[in-house]
Write a protein that binds this ligand. Structure first.
Ligand SMILES: *Cc1c(COP(=O)(O)O)cnc(C)c1O
Length: 465
């Protein structure tokens, strides 16, 4: 417990939080009873809570603090920009230096002819933009009926009406009247849970062929685009079989369907390349970006758009935009973040050094009795908890019961690791050292041991029928 604090005591903060603060994706009444953990500062890969306890952040906040915490250069960039020009917009034939510079920088970094950027404040907004943009694109090409967007079950594309409709989260669709019309969902390439007796490669092809079957069902003349995360993040870090993306690529090209890669998590070094699309040899028509774009230091996102789509959209007025599209302070922070990622060789270091190391130590977790598979791509990874490895079985208990126990044991051991159902996921800051990866693995092992003990005691180690 630190003796000098710049904040009220934890109990007081928790009481105010419970009384007034509605948390996202949270059962607020239950949290109020327990009290939220209050994070007061952070440095590098470590968070400090209001009791002075240090945690290793295995999640980069929400998959976003790629560059790590505490980079004064980003704070200075924000302060400088706020003094010079805190706000202006690009709506009515004006522009400003940070948005211009950031758009040009992104065009340089993004592969191929992805040369045009439409800014938003985050990934949800950017995906809403994408829905409107691809539909408007086909309408301007004389095919207004080509408006269906195909996405995948258990995908995450954001939380606004449009982006959550693209997403395939059943629990989200169950509230608020989602999805909006003309969004279709096909299978996710989650071999561990859904692959049955197929090999991963067979299953990857089978999942991709669902796209072709759905296009045939709907008629290609009605399908505007397919959207997918190169590696699913919030769905549980689902790494697709190697056969999956080449087949998706073939199908989109064969049927004249736009491909939208949602790079909100996989962008900016997460997979060891600047974009996940490069890891899989994909050349999408549009990429959704956010999160690592500013390393979470300021809210900014956007769509990077290929020449052809930008040209067609640009032919008349696109009746769409956000007050904070390309916000100068957020753009200045993002630029500084990209400068550091590039000049310090952070992405290369992930590719050649930390990701190969993580691959090795993460795979080692499969010797634990609870762990059915361990998968990794770059610095994102997951393990599937199971009561029966040989059968890749799910637990008989409600999905997420054992995952939540494990997450709480991680927390108790000063490691932030998230659970998605009964998968445990990590996506640490890209600047993490191999010795901190060792700390992460050691804490995860203790948490897994404690989880196994609790699950056994509580009779949770039974497989679903
Ligand atoms: C987080 C996320 C989003 C939504 O981004 P927000 O900034 O929260 O609106 C969209 N797509 C993916 C893949 C994400 O992980």
């Amino acid at each position: 417990m630190s003796l000098i604090a710049n904040h009220p005591p934890t109990a007081e903060l928790q009481a105010l939080d419970a009384a007034h603060h509605m948390h996202p994706f949270t059962a607020n009444a239950a949290l109020a009873e327990k009290g939220a953990r209050v994070i007061v500062r952070a440095e590098g890969v470590r968070l400090t809570d209001s009791d002075g306890v240090e945690l290793l952040d295995g999640m980069s906040g929400l998959w976003c603090v790629n560059i790590g915490y505490g980079r004064a250069e980003l704070a200075d960039a924000a302060a400088r920009q706020m003094r010079e020009l805190p706000y202006y917009n690009a709506f009515f034939q004006t522009s400003h230096v940070p948005a211009i510079s950031l758009a040009a920088k992104l065009a340089e970094l993004a592969p191929g002819d992805l040369n045009h950027v439409f800014f938003a404040s985050g990934g949800s907004e950017a995906n809403d933009t994408n829905i409107r943009m691809v539909r408007h694109y086909w309408a301007r090409k004389g095919q207004p009926e080509k408006r269906v967007i195909i996405a995948r079950r258990n995908a995450y594309h954001g939380s606004s009406m449009g982006s959550a409709s693209l997403g395939g989260m059943a629990a989200m669709h169950a509230q608020g009247g989602l999805p909006i019309p003309d969004i279709e969902h096909i299978a996710q390439p989650n071999w561990f849970a859904e692959g049955g007796d197929m090999t991963p490669e067979e299953f990857g092809i089978a999942c991709a062929r669902e796209l072709e079957a759905r296009i045939a069902e709907l008629g290609a003349h009605r399908v505007a685009a397919f959207i997918a995360e190169p590696v699913q993040g919030a769905g549980g870090v689902i790494v697709p079989p190697e056969s999956y993306w080449p087949e998706i690529k073939r199908i989109c090209a064969a049927h004249d369907i736009l491909l939208i890669a949602d790079e909100v998590i996989t962008g900016f070094g997460r997979t060891g390349h600047w974009f996940g699309s490069q890891s899989y040899g994909i050349q999408p028509h549009i990429m959704t970006i956010a999160k690592g774009l500013s390393s979470g230091y300021a809210p900014i996102g956007g769509s990077i758009v290929c020449d052809e789509v930008a040209e067609v959209i640009g032919g008349d007025e696109f009746n769409h935009g956000y007050t904070y599209s390309g916000h100068p302070v957020a753009a200045a922070v993002a630029l500084e973040n990209l400068r550091i990622l590039q000049e310090e060789g952070v992405v290369e270091r992930v590719r050649t050094h930390t990701a190969p190391y993580l691959a090795q130590v993460w795979a080692g977790l499969t010797d634990h009795p609870l762990v059915g598979e361990a998968v990794q791509r770059g610095l994102m990874a997951s393990i599937a908890l199971t009561p029966d490895k040989a059968r890749r079985a799910a637990f008989a208990a409600e999905p997420g019961t054992v995952g939540l126990i494990c997450r709480e044991r991680c927390f108790a051991n000063n490691l932030v690791m998230r659970h998605v159902g009964d998968r445990m996921v990590i996506a640490p800051p890209l600047v993490i050292s191999t010795s901190d990866l060792d700390v992460l693995i050691a804490r995860a092992r203790v948490a897994l041991d404690e989880t196994l003990e609790i699950a056994t005691r509580e009779g949770l180690m039974r497989a679903a029928a």
